[in-house]
Design a protein around this ligand. Structure first.
Ligand code: NAD
Length: 344
């Protein structure tokens, strides 16, 4: 099975080569992202392996299908970059539903602690032998309330971490998890209650029509003044213009972003010698209380190994059985993991 691997980075190759060894699966690594202009590169391949900022829209799907490509192997959990409705009946779409929820949840807490304890400021100061503490006052997490939107794999690990800090949790999920609400330190509430009652809000839901700009001017207005916003999920969950306005008006106390709505052309690349065209991102990053990492939350050794292993297993399963438990299919109105075991 020959797979065209798009948006390849140096840290991807070792684990994929390790897990594909002696399986009959070969990867050809392309640094470019998959889109309408680059889809031609998949000519002669059985499948494509893509990541979060590759584009698998209707036009790309049609091109791939016409070339005989039959598999899209997402090496990530989210699949908002795939037109699932259009792919149905043409391409098998498999994903890595869980690779290390700890990687993302721990990065979220790392961002929160860095931000509220001003570690990023202190690091730069002490390197310059500036040992002044002025302006570095933080606040305790103990006793604070964190609102967690999306209580799936990552959200639940993040909740565990927060509970370890002695925080109270207000949770919201379209499909609440059984046994999580203990009526005391963890409670499922409505979105309105979560916005009104949280000192910190962390987003761990997927990007869907329902959740697009779930954080916008209206929701920020319903939050506590000084709320800290954490987004390690998907950029378009947050209306960046509204966030900037919230930061300027001091309604938002701090924001930690591992993802950004317009990240596709920027994140994962060295743009240090270029003029940043995105004024909203530039202004956000100029704020002392905004921390940005470039979609780095997943990047641990454990996660990279899990991603490679699961992707290779997904491809082998499709090859031998024609079906795979990690296949996505489009039923009714939403894409979901295949339950029938046979998508088409
Ligand atoms: P998951 O599927 O286990 O959990 C997602 C949860 O969101 C589920 O409980 C689901 O019921 C809930 N949900 C669905 N629609 C909702 C809605 N409208 N409102 C509220 N909740 C809703 O997924 P996960 O593994 O926990 O991952 C969560 C998200 O994290 C992914 O969708 C992905 O976008 C993001 N992610 C980011 C990185 C990174 O490196 N920054 C890495 C992996 C995943």
């Amino acid at each position: 099975m020959k797979i065209a691997f798009f948006d390849a980075k140096p840290y991807d190759k070792p684990s994929f080569e390790q897990y594909a060894a002696n399986t009959g699966i070969t990867f050809k690594y392309f640094e470019t992202k998959l889109n309408e202009d680059t889809a031609e590169l998949a000519h002669g391949f059985d499948g494509v392996c893509v990541f979060v900022n590759d584009t698998v829209n209707a036009a790309v799907i049609d091109k791939l299908y016409a070339m005989g490509v039959r598999v899209v192997a997402l090496r990530c959990a989210g699949f908002n970059n795939v037109d699932m409705k259009h792919a149905f009946g043409k391409l098998h779409v498999v994903r890595v539903p869980a690779y290390s929820p700890y990687a993302v949840a721990e990065h979220t807490m790392a961002l929160l602690l860095t931000s509220i304890r001003r570690i990023h400021k202190a690091y730069n100061r002490t390197r310059d032998f500036n040992f002044s503490l002025s302006g570095l006052t933080g606040f305790d997490l103990h006793g604070k309330t964190v609102g967690v939107i999306g209580t799936g794999r990552i959200g639940r690990v993040f909740i565990d971490i927060c509970r370890g800090f002695g925080m109270k949790v207000l949770a919201y999920d379209k499909f609440p998890a059984k046994g999580l609400d203990n009526g005391d330190t963890v409670r499922y509430v409505s979105l309105d209650e979560l916005f009104a009652g949280s000192d910190i809000i962390s987003l761990h839901c997927p990007l869907t029509e329902d959740t697009h700009h779930i954080i916008d001017a209206a929701s920020l207005a319903r939050c506590k003044r000084g709320v800290v916003l954490l987004n390690t999920s998907r950029g378009a969950l947050v209306d960046a213009e509204a966030l900037l306005a919230g930061i300027k008006s001091r309604q938002v106390g701090a924001a930690c972003l591992d993802v950004y709505e317009e990240e596709a052309d920027l994140f994962f690349e060295d743009n240090s010698g270029h003029i940043l065209e995105d004024d909203t991102l530039a202004r956000l990053m100029s704020m002392p209380n905004v921390l940005v990492t470039s979609h780095q939350a997943f990047l641990t050794e454990e996660a990279l190994a899990n991603i490679a292993e699961t992707t290779v297993q997904n491809l082998l399963k499709l090859q031998t059985d024609g079906q795979c438990p990690n296949e996505l299919c489009f039923r009714g109105t939403e894409a979901e993991d295949c339950r029938s075991g046979k998508c088409f």
